[in-house]
Design a protein around this ligand. Structure first.
Ligand code: FBP
Length: 560
């Protein structure tokens, strides 16, 4: 018997809220079809690649008193990619809907991510197992993985597994890449005369799987609130001791939504936004000067402390680093099989081999970096061939460069302070937290709704729950064709159909809120302390959504 903490015991009892349309069960729904859809860009190419699943309508569900039949179904579910709070509730919602529709239905969970369906590794869920994981963080109920489900052979093996288990639908819980693969698998099944349906659920703490139809991916709410709590605590510490500058790198592989949201919750002295760096083509040196100027201005007021929030993906957005990293991504693929590189006895020797093989324009930048960062840039790539930004200590790179800059400024009489630093990285701390009430409700609804989409025979759709700043009663359940979110992008030198990633919009209300306040926050301490996520207590505290969602929904509502 596992020992449970008091909070675990209480959270297991929490009953997540569903939109009112879904509350009476999946066999009391009617499907409302909208207009035909088209992809966000590159319509002709996407249509050609997704001949059977392209152009389908957006759908929404309404409650009806007429009973919709539900044939017996076996469904399989996959957790894909990085953990995000609420994944277990998606599975719980899916399980409850499926059993409510017909107790004979079965839910299988593929183990360890997409490789589970390929290799036929699975479990069948029981009520006892599901009950152990309700409202808990993590993906440990079946585990996750980053295998890309995209080749003919993988699709054939997946078909074999589904046939063996008599599975008629697969639910893929994942981010933009995993849902791109869900769309490909859905199309492949139709093309190959299989009736197996594929439904996606929008997951990622990064918050970059969103668009006009998907207001936010699940996990963003809890993760940002967790980081907000931690930053707030550090701000209080800094403001008490008044002796350290804290450099806090915040997870989010590419887009800066997580750092931006955490900053709006806490109002630190410096917040860097990767998309702004890219748009303004700011170099690393320019950012160092910007930060050093704030440090110096605060020092002039007697404040030798402060907080800087740095998005995880920043390093890839500096034009000079972008070019270096792209070059290294290709080069590391070649060097993997290079005996000289593999037999090199010191990191220094490896650096030399790399420097000799880089394009001329990237050599100087590579050589200017501290050894620690060079070594981190050479580490293993992820399955998409990208550098793993969570393993690059950008916060330490910035600190080293700032120290040099401040020394220079001191020698010229431009800086009179004392600089002592602390480096932090908040990422994994937030990915498996107990889901906030919002994520617990949202995820349960996404899973429940996924089964409703299956029951109406849909495939190639993403489960969608909208109107999220309203109370759950008023949430709108439905589905969005995945192809609608796609465009063609270059991956490994080839154009491929992918879901368009949402980066921070510099003309959007969320970034604007930072932009109009940051000068004030830089010098006059306006720290906010969000505190820990609250699960029990007044709704104004426990059910509050993120600043990002609130601001974005205002824009959408006022422009309607
Ligand atoms: P997903 O896009 O799969 O949700 O994962 C996002 C993320 O949490 C990023 O924020 C982070 O850069 C990355 O995963 C870390 O990956 P890993 O867990 O493989 O170290």
């Amino acid at each position: 018997m596992k020992e449970l903490s008091p909070l675990q015991i209480e959270r297991l009892k929490y009953q997540p809220k569903l939109p009112s349309s879904l509350r009476e069960g999946v066999n009391k729904l009617e499907l409302i079809k909208g207009e035909e859809t088209s992809s966000v860009r590159d319509q002709e190419q996407i249509k050609e690649l997704f001949k059977h699943t392209y152009g389908k309508p957006i759908v929404t569900f309404n409650h009806t008193d007429n009973e919709v039949p539900c044939e017996i179904r076996n469904v399989g579910v996959i957790l894909s990619g990085g953990q995000a709070p609420g994944g277990h509730n998606v599975i719980a919602g899916l399980y409850d809907a499926l059993k409510q529709a017909n107790p004979e239905n079965k839910l299988y969970g593929f183990l360890g991510g997409p490789s589970g369906i390929i290799d036929g590794k699975y479990i069948e869920f029981s009520s006892e197992l599901i009950d152990e994981y309700r409202n808990t963080g993590g993906f440990d109920i079946i585990g996750s993985g980053r295998t890309k489900l995209e080749t003919q052979e993988q699709f054939e093996k997946s078909l074999g597994t589904c046939k063996k288990l008599n599975i008629s639908a697969v639910v893929i819980i994942g981010g933009d890449d995993s849902n791109t693969n869900a769309a490909m698998l859905a199309e492949w099944f139709v093309q190959n005369n299989s009736k197996i349906q594929v439904i996606g659920c929008p997951k990622t703490i990064d918050g970059d799987l969103k668009n006009d139809q998907i207001e936010i991916s699940f996990g963003f709410d809890t993760a940002t609130k967790t980081y907000g709590e931690l930053i707030g605590n550090i701000q209080r510490d800094a403001n008490s001791a008044k002796k350290y500058w804290h450099f806090i790198k915040i997870m989010g592989r590419s887009a800066s939504h997580v750092a931006l949201e955490a900053a709006l919750q806490t109002q630190p002295n410096i917040t860097l936004i990767s998309e702004e760096v890219e748009e303004k083509k700011m170099s690393l040196d320019e950012i160092i000067s910007y930060m050093a100027d704030i440090i110096s201005a605060r020092a002039a007021k007697g404040k030798n402390f402060g907080i800087a929030v740095i998005p995880e993906g920043l390093i890839e957005f500096f034009p000079e680093m972008k070019s270096l990293i792209a070059n290294l991504n290709d080069l590391m693929g070649e060097l993997e099989h290079d005996p000289d590189y593999n037999n090199a006895t010191s990191t220094h020797e490896k650096f030399e081999i790399v420097a000799n093989r880089l394009k001329d324009e990237n050599v100087k930048v590579f050589e200017s970096l501290p050894a620690l960062i060079k070594a981190q840039l050479l580490m293993d790539r992820d399955p998409h061939g990208n550098v793993q930004v969570s393993r690059i200590e950008t916060e330490k790179l910035l600190i080293e460069m700032i120290k040099t800059k401040l020394k220079e400024m001191k020698s010229q009489g431009e800086y009179v302070g004392k600089f002592s630093e602390q480096a932090h990285f908040f990422g994994y701390e937030g990915r498996c937290a107990f889901p906030s009430n919002f994520d617990a409700d949202y995820c349960y609804s996404l899973g429940y709704n996924a089964f409703a989409l299956i029951n109406f025979g849909l495939t190639g759709y993403l489960s969608s729950i909208k109107n999220l700043t309203e109370s759950a009663d008023n949430w709108v359940a439905g589905g969005v064709p995945i192809t609608m979110m796609m465009n063609m992008e270059k991956r490994h030198g080839e154009f491929k159909p992918v879901i368009q990633k949402a980066l921070v919009k510099l003309d959007g209300s969320v970034f604007k809120k930072l932009e109009i306040n940051r000068e004030d926050w830089a010098l006059n301490d306006k720290y906010k302390f969000p505190g820990a996520i609250q699960y029990f207590g007044p709704s104004s505290v426990c059910d509050i959504t993120t600043v990002t969602l609130q601001l974005e929904s205002k824009v959408c509502c006022t422009s309607n």
